[in-house]
Design a protein around this ligand. Structure first.
Ligand code: ADP
Ligand code: MG
Length: 152
């Protein structure tokens, strides 16, 4: 069982890619080394967009963030914290144990994981951010507020 560290959540509806990025940017300001975010949502829900916002908030050029293709884990340095970005879309659960994601999560940075349902191991302390497509340009984004510092 994944353990969630929060007791309440912050839910917001964004009306554009820019708004989603801005929301993630605000969250990034309160992240600390070792934080793990599981980005849960369908294709096109805005997970990668959210990671761009995290990058921006950490002081990393958001344009550097792409959808990882053959590289499963990308590493972006030069910001307040290192941002690790994993996209497990192409994986089946059996293989994720070899990626060393658990170790990354407790190191020097923040780890954001797209398609966390592919994980074969628990990520203790990970927080789930849920992105749902409401309309063509609207997304409902739920962030556990426990330590996010976001206004509720
Ligand atoms: P995912 O990584 O979840 O597959 P992406 O972030 O790569 O999703 O893509 C999201 C797509 O949805 C982009 O084409 C983006 O322009 C579009 N979009 C429309 N509205 C929003 C919104 N409110 N938030 C995020 N993306 C949005
Ligand atoms: Mg993506």
């Amino acid at each position: 069982m994944t353990q969630y560290l929060y007791v309440s959540e912050v839910g917001e509806v964004t009306a554009s890619e820019e708004e989603t990025q801005a929301l993630a940017c605000r969250l990034a300001a309160v992240l600390k080394a070792g934080d793990v975010l599981l980005l849960s949502g369908d294709l096109g829900a805005g997970k990668t967009t959210f990671v761009r916002g995290l990058a921006q908030g950490l002081g990393i050029d958001p344009a550097e963030v792409s959808s990882p293709t053959f590289t499963l884990v990308h590493e972006y340095r030069g910001g307040r914290l290192t941002l690790y970005h994993a996209d497990l879309y192409r994986l089946d659960g059996a293989a994720t144990g070899d990626l060393g994601l658990e170790e990354i999560g407790v190191k020097d940075g923040v780890l954001a994981i797209e398609w966390p349902d592919r994980l074969s191991h628990d990520m203790p302390g990970a927080r789930v951010v849920t992105l749902e497509t409401v309309g063509e340009s609207t997304r409902r984004i739920t962030i556990p507020s426990g330590s996010s510092g976001l206004p509720s």
